[in-house]
Unconditional design. Structure first.
Length: 196
């Protein structure tokens, strides 16, 4: 059984629902969520929107090791409860404003029940009792490569295939990007112009 089960590579912090600092205004939602989904599909073709939505999970509570990047360069590596640690780096500590992407790896497991939505959960604490030293070394190599993103590493260790790499899904509570706000304003201007 693999020690590391889940991961995400170069996720965008602008797609995360960070909540709101302070007390939310009445009617304002300040939920926190960090969403990803399993992109693997049996057979060919793309996942339908319904199937993709069914596979979405909130990874905020995952125990994970993570790396922060600024313009592709790794600036920090840490561990802990993924959402809480990243929120601190995003909002309040000395890394605030100094990173624009993050990668993460977790021992938590992903399951897709026959009916209902996907779920994640922590593994039993005894899952790694029989790991061999070669497997451990390969795992450490994989973690270092995925989190450090060195330019010269074109090949990943075979343990890469045992990890379910989640694609990022935009949080319902994330802020709009500047581009989206500009598009919204241009759309309103166009509608006003057409309406007289």
């Amino acid at each position: 059984m693999a020690i590391i089960s889940l991961g995400g590579v170069h996720w965008d912090p602008l797609l995360v629902g960070w909540g709101k600092l302070g007390r939310p205004q009445s009617g304002e939602n300040s939920a926190k969520e960090m969403l990803g989904y399993n992109p693997r599909k049996e057979g060919r073709g793309k996942l339908s929107d319904d199937e993709r939505q069914r596979r979405v999970v909130d990874v905020w509570d995952c125990a994970a090791v993570y790396a922060l990047f600024e313009r592709g360069r790794c600036v920090y590596i840490g561990e802990g409860k993924l959402g809480d640690r990243l929120e601190k780096h995003w909002k309040t500590d000395n890394l605030s404003g100094r990173w624009d992407a993050f990668s993460w790896l977790s021992p938590w497991e992903y399951s897709l029940p026959n009916a209902g939505k996907a779920e994640i959960a922590a593994k039993d604490d005894n899952y790694a009792e029989n790991i061999r030293s070669k497997e451990l070394v390969e795992l450490l190599e994989l973690v270092a490569i995925r989190l450090g993103s060195p330019e010269a590493n074109a090949q990943l260790p075979k343990s890469e295939q045992s990890i379910l790499w989640l694609n990022q899904w935009r949080s319902n509570y994330s802020r709009s990007t500047i581009e989206e706000k500009v598009d919204e304003v241009l759309k309103l201007i166009k509608e006003k112009g057409e309406g007289g």
